[in-house]
Design a protein around this ligand. Structure first.
Ligand code: TXA
Ligand code: MG
Length: 297
């Protein structure tokens, strides 16, 4: 189906992706249509083999090679100058392409059998929380795609870490499961400047990760000044109030893994408010706070 230009949803270790042949403009157009994604928001291109990096990208700085050696395959994407094999529509007109090599074995086998670089955004309708289970994909995309390859629940549950490696200094564009601390061990000079991030990443201006319910952040021990009778709560420690539904995460990994499916569960339960506990901006906490702030915006 993928080779025939159709869309196929497939599992990865971060979130499910809505895939199509990245070298086929008509197939890529079908991704934008299925997701109702704005045409100026570029797509990540998925690969299964290291040799594909130099087929699809060029002018790699030394630090990009180091990052690839360290973090491909894994929950990590790298923005690089693109080669002509990737059409402009895949990168929304940008001269740069974002490459990712998933580590989930089922994803890699799917990519390899397709024989194509696969463009894939998260397999949610634009603006909704990313899908971490195939059932979430069905909820958003039933009738809108060619097929769903059903696989396991996503191990990380948050989208990949994205680093811009097209300039002299690497820039962290999106925090994820590969943490800033891990990146600094490889590229100590990495920048996190938010103004730069907004300039480089077209997708940042759009509403993100949002359930129907309004999301508010609460600090540990805080009692919110709103009614909580139809509120869901997610956090690391028990709330200082009585929500209608709650999910206590065992640790940061568990919080990140379950966050988006918790958002969707609150919507299915018809809750109108979500109270999410803030965490420290350390390690995986940076990615969790990034998604929480966007969901609450
Ligand atoms: O974990 C992930 O990265 C998942 C799985 C399916 O691989 N994919 C994912 O894709 O999260 P998406 O489209 O939901 O988020 C990709 C982000 C967007 O904010 C987009 O603007 C940015 O990456 N991006 C992709 N290609 C880019 C490019 N050429 N230049 C700048 N930003 C780019
Ligand atoms: Mg997305």
């Amino acid at each position: 189906m993928l080779r025939a230009g159709q869309t196929v949803i497939f599992p990865t270790e971060t979130v499910y992706g809505l895939g199509a042949d990245a070298t086929n403009p008509a197939a890529v157009t079908a991704i934008y249509a299925a997701k109702q994604r704005p045409a100026d928001n570029p797509l990540i291109v998925h690969i299964w083999h290291h040799d594909q990096v130099d087929e699809l990208a060029c002018n790699l700085p030394d630090y990009a090679r180091q990052l690839i050696r360290e973090f491909f395959p894994g929950p990590f994407s790298l923005l690089l100058p693109k080669r002509p094999l990737i059409p402009d529509i895949t990168t929304a007109g940008s001269s740069k392409v974002c490459l990712r090599m998933p580590s989930l074995e089922l994803a890699r086998r799917f990519l390899e059998l397709s024989g194509r670089p696969v463009a894939a955004p998260s397999a949610n309708l634009s603006g909704r929380p990313s899908p971490t289970r195939w059932q979430d994909c069905l909820e958003d995309m039933d009738g809108r795609v060619g097929a769903i390859l059903t696989g396991p629940e996503a191990a990380f549950g948050l989208e990949s870490t994205i680093v811009d490696a097209s300039g002299p200094v690497p820039v962290l564009l999106r925090p994820g499961a590969i943490t800033l601390e891990q990146l600094r061990l490889v590229v100590p000079e990495i920048a996190t400047n938010q103004k730069l991030v907004r300039e480089i990443t077209p997708g940042m201006k759009y509403r993100h990760y949002a359930p129907e319910a309004r999301v508010y952040l609460v600090t540990p021990g805080e009692v919110p000044a709103l009614p909580v009778d139809r509120a869901g709560y997610i956090g690391l420690t028990p709330p200082a109030f009585e929500p209608a539904y709650q999910l206590l995460a065992a640790n940061l990994q568990d919080y990140g893994r379950q966050l988006f499916s918790f958002f969707r569960e609150c919507d299915r339960r018809g809750l109108n408010t979500i109270l999410a506990q803030t965490v420290d901006q350390k390690g995986l906490g940076r990615a969790i706070m990034n998604r929480l702030r966007k969901a609450a915006a």
